[in-house]
Design a protein around this ligand. Sequence first.
Ligand SMILES: *[C@@H]1O[C@H](CO)[C@@H](O)[C@H](O)[C@H]1NC(C)=O
Length: 389
Amino acid sequence: MLLALFPIILSLSLSGFVEAQRPGNIIPEVHPPLSWQKCTSSGSCVAQAGKVVLDANWRWYHTQYSSSYACYDGTWHTELFANEEMLNQTCGLEGIPGYSEFGITTSGNALRLQFVTHPSGSQSPNVGSRVYLMADDNTYAIFKPLAQEITFDVDMSNLPCGIAADIHFAEMAADGGIAESGGWNTAGAKYGTGYCGAQCPRDVRFIQDHINWNYAPPQTPGFGSCCAEMDLWQANSFSTAVTAHPCTTQGRYKCQDDECGASAPSGIRYNGVCDPDGCDFNPYRMGNPSFYGSGKTVDTTKKLTVVTQFITDNGTPSGSLVEIRRKYVQNGVTISNPHANVLRVSTSFDSIKSEYCDQQKAAFADVTSFQAKGGLSTLGAAFYGVPNG
Ligand SMILES: *[C@@H]1O[C@H](CO)[C@@H](O)[C@H](O)[C@H]1NC(C)=O
């Protein structure tokens, strides 16, 4: 699951012409409801009636003239459109016929994601999903987590090695990019558009002011969609990490060539605008092999509660981000993150702080891209708010 930006995160007409990165005209989009709560430190909570939406990449994208011609199905069918204007006029994104067929179900405040499913009418299985928490049917939920904490429960008991569950914040536009698209994106958050991340993914169909249709070889390599990212939960039943990824750019950034970093066609990983590695705290990597896992201090055979705190230098949301702190709650007991226990990292550290990142990168001989892209304070500035964000 993927949560749109920063406090926490998570129509169809049969007329002849519809709108491009536009909605299609066959399947209405109905978002599964997902409730959550906004709480104050005094403990009073207000229920939020959220919804979830599946990312645009999972959708049927076809010409309005014939439902049997896909505009994109792994390759762009450029025989159907000579240029971006034609694509815009021709192709539309459809609603999801049944979220459960993609393994996505909600019940009250619970979201369940299954990995491999077999949607009816599709010859190939669906593998994985990426969903966003919405404030309403046309707007992603936006979180501004500085001087706040975010808490969710997870059940990792069925998640083996080789697969990871992911919950993160990405610096996406609340409307899915409609406003900054200059008329190219009329589908927006309702259809799950506008993804970006610190790996600068190139497989997104719409980036800022363009349809990203010319990216795939053998066509001209196109663009990647970069933005700051905060990985709250990347885990399975064996391992877990919390990771911060700043970028030198603000908001969404359409990268090309080497500035795409992790997704650069040249393979040059560290010349990009974002930090692809991040500064992470993984208890196992940091020398605590008996902390997290089956039957361990945090027991992944059972449901557990994950708390992530974003601490600023002056204790207010306008302060500078100086620490990201993790706690767990299980069986009514609060469990602190363990302290670092590896050579050349001070055992005083049990959270992500600048000095911790410096020592950890040096200890593991990792590239200091986190520091080079601005570190915690730059990620904090993205949380605080960006133009168009
Ligand atoms: C794309 O198509 C829509 C619907 O026809 C139109 O409103 C919009 O202006 C077009 N965008 C561009 C950039 O031409």
